[in-house]
Structure formats: structure tokens, C-alpha cells
Ligand binder design. Structure first.
Ligand SMILES: NC(=O)c1ccc[n+]([C@@H]2O[C@H](COP(=O)([O-])OP(=O)(O)OC[C@H]3O[C@@H](n4cnc5c(N)ncnc54)[C@H](OP(=O)(O)O)[C@@H]3O)[C@@H](O)[C@H]2O)c1
Length: 244
């Protein structure tokens, strides 16, 4: 069976203004998808939208704060009114805070939970009827610490484990309706966020040695384009160079 084209499909991407989200949106635009860009900072989303308009089959900006139930409900209602359809929902938004269990502030845990778990849960719930109607696809951008936690990232890792569980349960519920659910677990990717993590760790930052946002975008696009006879449930990607 041949690959499925993404042209004209309605794709909503949270975290569209982030480094990984931007790379993915550029690739989706090159595939002639119709993009809805979601994030808090409307200015950053507008700049990306202006860059992509001549490529994509359509682009809209949908400001949303994933920590606010009202904001999520509003964005989901706007998506429904705008296109009446969602074929693909990519969860690319998230926040990361470091800290050892002994000293990390619990409020930081709450922030990460609301943004990384509760927000994606609610947005998925709101858009699920549309995704089921289109026999759509969901992508959860997760982290390798969502599979194996390490020191000083316990709070973030717990949110990524939760995101994994959410995607796994959802897949088991909606597969029968023809909906595919992918979790992609990323190692260190060359982004502004990763530069900041290296600074916090007191290490030299050499982005050229890390996974690139475009590598991630290429992998997601290849998976989304797979014929409907197949489903990829999880992908683990990490930088080739391990000694760094
Ligand atoms: N970079 C890595 O090495 C790495 C590794 C593993 C996994 N990941 C995962 O990959 C995803 C993207 O990472 P990245 O490095 O590209 O991150 P990033 O550049 O920090 O982007 C994060 C995105 O999330 C959005 N966001 C944050 N809080 C939000 C909120 N309350 N409501 C709505 N949107 C919100 C941000 O937009 P606004 O600020 O405008 O809202 C931004 O677009 C994240 O889920 C991250 O956990 C990254």
C-alpha cells in the first residue's frame, strides 16, 4: 500500500512556537497540510504563520494556555468552528524544571503537571470526537526520561511517565475507531531549552552533537504518512554520540 499524503489534512500542533514544534510545522507545511498553531505567545505563532502561509494549504493561530481549562475549551471550540475537522493532533508543548527530590519546590511539580499532563489530557478530550470522526492520528512528544528517569529530573520525568500512560490507555480505547496514537521519546535535542539545561549542568553546549529538531520532524512525518495498514505505537530517538 502506498504512503498516505498529508496534503489538506487539518493538523493542530501545540508548542508550535518551540524549537521542535517549529521544525515539525515547517515540514507539515511543506507537505501542504492545513496547520493550526497553538501556544501562549500569539506573536511567536504569528511570525511562524507568516513564514508558512505560502507553503501550507492553510495556517491559523490559536493562542492557548494549557494550564487554563477555559483557554483549552475556547481553543478547541475555535478549532471546531474553523475547520469542523481535525485529522492530526500533535502534543508538542511542555515545560521542564530541574531539581532534586530533597529540595525541588512542589509548586514546580504542579506547574509541570498542569502543562505537561492535565492540559494535553483536556485538549485531547475536547478534540477526540473530531479525531474519531476523521479516523485521525495523535502524536505525543515525550522524553526518554518518560521511560527511564534519572537524578534531578524526578518531577519532569513523572509528568512524562504520566503522558506515556495517557497515550497508551487512549490508544487502547480509540484504536478500534481507526485512530492511531504515537508516543515519541526524545533524548537531548538541540533546542534553546537544551542549551539552558547544559548551562544548569555546567557543561559546554555543542548542539551539533545532539539530536536535531529536523530529525524529529522527519521521523514524525514518516510515521504519519504510513499506510493505514500499520500503526507505530512508540519511537525512541537519541543522539548518535553517547559520550557527550
Ligand atoms: N529539547 C529536548 O531536548 C527535548 C527532549 C525530550 C523531550 N522534549 C519534549 O519536546 C517538546 C518540545 O520541546 P522543545 O525543546 O521544542 O521545547 P520549547 O522550545 O521549550 O517549546 C515548548 C513549547 O511549549 C509551549 N508551552 C509552554 N507552556 C505552555 C502552556 N502553558 N500552554 C501552551 N503552550 C505552552 C511554548 O510556547 P509558549 O511559551 O508560547 O506558550 C513552546 O512552544 C516538549 O514537550 C519537551 O518536553 C524535548
Amino acid at each position: 500500500m502506498s504512503e498516505a499524503a498529508l496534503a489538506g489534512l487539518k493538523v493542530a500542533v501545540t508548542g508550535a512556537s518551540g524549537d521542535i514544534g517549529r521544525a515539525l510545522c515547517r515540514s507539515l507545511a511543506a507537505e501542504k497540510a492545513h496547520l493550526s498553531l497553538l501556544g501562549r505567545d500569539a506573536g511567536r505563532l504569528e511570525r511562524l504563520a507568516n513564514e508558512l502561509r505560502h507553503l501550507a494549504s492553510g495556517v491559523s493561530v490559536r493562542p492557548v494556555d494549557l494550564t487554563s481549562d477555559e483557554s483549552i475549551a475556547r481553543a478547541a471550540a475555535q478549532l471546531q468552528q474553523e475547520t469542523g475537522r481535525v485529522d492530526i493532533l500533535v502534543h508538542g508543548a511542555g515545560i521542564f524544571e530541574m531539581g532534586a527530590h530533597a529540595s525541588a519546590a512542589v509548586i514546580a511539580f504542579d506547574r509541570q503537571y498542569r502543562t505537561n499532563v492535565r492540559g494535553p489530557y483536556l485538549l485531547t478530550q475536547a478534540l477526540l470526537p473530531l479525531l474519531c470522526a476523521s479516523r485521525g492520528q495523535l502524536v505525543f512528544i515525550n522524553s526518554t526520561v518518560g521511560l527511564e528517569a534519572r537524578a534531578e529530573v524526578g518531577q519532569y520525568a513523572a509528568t512524562q511517565h504520566a503522558l506515556r500512560a495517557m497515550a497508551d490507555a487512549l490508544r487502547a480505547e480509540v484504536n478500534a475507531e481507526g485512530v492511531r496514537v504515537l508516543s515519541i521519546y526524545l533524548g537531548r535535542t538541540a533546542t534553546a531549552r537544551q542549551a539552558q539545561i547544559f548551562r544548569l549542568e555546567g557543561r559546554d553546549y555543542k548542539p551539533e552533537l545532539l539530536l536535531q529538531p529536523q530529525d524529529v520532524a522527519d521521523m514524525i512525518i514518516a510515521t504519519l504518512r504510513l499506510p493505514r495498514t500499520a500503526e507505530v505505537t512508540e519511537i525512541r530517538m537519541r543522539p548518535l554520540v553517547k559520550s557527550y
